[in-house]
Design a protein. Structure first.
Ligand code: SF4
Ligand code: SF4
Lengths: 155, 155
DNA sequence: AATAATCAAGACAAAAGACTCCGAAATCCA
DNA sequence: TGGATTTCGGAGTCTTTTGTCTTGATTATT
């Protein structure tokens, strides 16, 4: 509803990658299996994030993807912007063709502040916070609720 | 993004109907033309609103649709719920299968209050307010920015 | 050099959302 | 009564999003 499936997968994948960030490349296949994201769909999403300089890819055995920035430097807003563009922050209730320019739609004054809150929240929330919550088992990333179960599955 | 096109059309149509609420039935064809909403698509949407007891329909010449409730008694939340269901108020960022039940996703604590704000705003905003803003020319309903132009087109 | 593991990229397929068409039923009016 | 006008309801089409498949390029290991 709020985000496309692509953005959701991107956020989940980046959290997973950051959880395993020890300088090594994490294979897309592993992310796909652990998070139950269609493999070929995920590769396309990671390619976009790679073009956006959020991560880098490497081919061959021991290859995969790796963060290019520190998780403290990646905001959730930035991830969404990379994948979905700014639709979430510009479009909204009545989707009038030239919003804001001239007279607004009748819900604008009530809706715009909420949309601003959402954007502020997402721009101030860094990937590192989500990683911390998942690592400390205060939040879950998939239907598997214990992060240790997720990490233990490795081999 | 936030709403489906159906809900947007429903809200626009209900505002238009309320603007013309003089006890007479407003033909769907007229709403379709004035608001530039595909006719056959609009009829389906109005049929749903009719089943939800928000408006009633009448066939034949002089037929059309008419509100069953006062605009002060119709909230925007109610319109959205009738057409889209509660997705906007229950789904969200990571769309985990069993949100809220057990452990939440890592964005829940930050996102849930914003979603609640949105729901509160929409449940307290009545159709009558939007009608008032449009009638007083403080807001526009379509790309035609002057409501008088919209009403004058009648014949 | 051969093999296996990995990402890259384009074509294709399925599902969902948005929209159309058409015949039927109800109603008004001459 | 008959024709015009309108909603009703089902089926079908188009487009976008989501997901699949296949082939090829890159790289590590042996
Ligand atoms: S006027 Fe404001 S609330 Fe309305 S559609 Fe445009 S940006 Fe959204
Ligand atoms: S845990 Fe909360 S924020 Fe996360 S997907 Fe579920 S309802 Fe949305």
């Amino acid at each position: 509803m709020y985000l496309t499936q692509k953005s959701i997968y991107a956020i989940q994948a980046l959290i997973y990658i950051a959880l395993h960030d020890h300088g090594k490349f994490v294979p897309t296949r592993e992310i796909s299996k652990r998070l139950d994201i269609p493999f070929s769909f995920l590769t396309k999403i990671l390619q976009v994030l790679s073009k956006q300089q959020i991560l880098e890819t490497y081919r061959g055995p021991t290859g995969g993807v790796r963060l290019l920035k520190r998780p403290t430097q990646i905001s959730i807003e930035q991830i969404i912007l990379s994948i979905d563009g700014d639709r979430l922050f510009t479009q909204c209730i009545l989707r009038l063709p030239d919003c804001g320019n001239s007279k607004p739609c009748p819900l604008h004054d009530l809706f715009a502040p909420i949309r601003e809150n959402l954007r502020d929240m997402l721009s101030h929330t860094m990937l590192s916070l989500l990683v911390k919550l998942v690592r400390e088992n205060q939040a879950k990333l998939t239907s598997i609720s214990n992060v240790n179960d997720l990490l233990r599955l490795k081999q």
